[in-house]
Design a protein around this ligand. Sequence first.
Ligand SMILES: [Zn+2]
Length: 319
Amino acid sequence: MTTSIGIDVGGTKTLGVLVERGSGGVSVLDREQLPSDAASPSAVDVILRVGGTLLERNAGRGIEGVGVGLAGFVDLDGVVRAAPNAPGLIDQDVRGRIEATLGVASLADNDANCVAVAAHRIVAPGARHLVAVTLGTGVGGGLIVDGELVRGAHGFAGEPGHMVVDPSGPRCPCGQRGCWERYASGSGLAWLARQAVARGAASSVAASAEDPGGVSGELVAALLAAGDAGAAAIFDDYAGWVALGVANLISVLDPDVVVLGGGVIATGDELLVRVRRIVADRFPAAGGRRDVAILAAPGGPEAGAIGAALLVADPTRPS
Ligand SMILES: [Zn+2]
């Protein structure tokens, strides 16, 4: 039985979980969440507060360490070197500050790598090859190949959000145009909805928004659940962009399993069902000849935090 803490730093909030892993599986025993701003260096102070609160509240449980999932290009020393969606984290030694301040072992990794680890240990333990894609403020990725987490030469492997899918597309904070995450992230869903509203193609969505220029992904998801046809058309378009990147990843990596995580997965099966169908129908090279399971990440929005906890408890074993 091992007990460890995992912390996931999102764009607007920082979530920590206390995870116990034993023969009965993985369970979350406690959680703590605080608002945070990943654009500000204060994001690290919030990480320390969340970790400190969980350690204090669970003193005596023999907690092995605090793992952190960070949204950005995390190098092999656990330092964020680039973070288009979380600039406050750049060049911060998160692991070092946790060890110095909280007095526990720590580890920092890319947040989607953490989701890949959680998925590999919880929903697909037999998979040799797994791709995790997180659909949040941006699009993150984590790759497990031959049972090992792939980090690449510099630690930056598995960043499919910045694969260019349309060179004349909208500008991305990374400096390119038409990155996959401009379309396939939660922010991309909102952008696609605003484009549809601007073309006059989604009058029901425009009518439901207080400010048509501020249509959100959450509004589209709520209208979709209520059976709105305009929202369904936007969501179909969105799922097509998600499926495009998933099909490309399948073509490159030939995985057993693709796991989708992040806030958009909170729409339940709506996205998974569409992506499975579109990959099979529209991308025969990826979907037609293979049996690739496309599944939701475990723990919903807690997948990254759970994975960070599992990784710090056993960093040598991604599977
Ligand atoms: Zn980009």
